[in-house]
Design a protein. Sequence first.
Length: 260
Amino acid sequence: MRWLLPACLSLSLLGGCFADRGDLLSEANAAGRSPAAEPAPPARPALAQPDPAVTPESFATQAIASRRDLAELFHALTGAPVDAAKETADAPAIRSQHDEPRRQQAVAQVAAQIAEGARRIAADPRLRYRVVQASAALGPYDVFRKGFPLQGLGADDRITFMRGVDLARTAADYSLAFSNGADFALLKVEDDATARRIEQLRTGTPLALTGSLRVSLFVQDAAIGPGAGQLIAHVLRVDLVDSNKALLASSAPRGGPLLR
């Protein structure tokens, strides 16, 4: 029976090795475990989408024609109070007012007008459907795709308005960006005669001086952050018009029906 003792010792040592290895693996696994995952930030709410039943013809007179229109839309969508000082900073008509009570009255009047416009828009979502004029920047006609490459509505493009003689540029400026502008990268023109006419206008004279884009859109959201206030819009239709406002061509988003 002498052979049992070495065998037992061997088994005992082997068991101890496995026990030690198991402890090491447990410690390694414990050390390698990642800490509890941080909770994901709340998802940004989806952008509001336009009602398909609303056609550009139904809001053709609701234009964005000035910085004031952008300011009213911005405050309607954000609910932020109007900062009278920012809205009137560097305004010549107010800086030239030496009577302090009258100056304060003029400042308050501007803020009240913007706030009232914002209240109307917030109470009636139909006022978020607008039309804006933009410069027509067309590339040469693409005979294969049957259309003109269109610039001005891309992801990095913005529409802004100068403040004019009464309101100068300050940190309270606003801009209009587009969530689906890439869908309008090509102004479709199927008719050859119309395409030739537009090409002649494009090459014969700067089309930006003789015509413009009439962009029908739905204002979806407003981005609050440092710097200027930004509005985000969903484009519904793009019309190319001549200097007499006569329609030359229309384009709907890719894959969608022509909204006319």
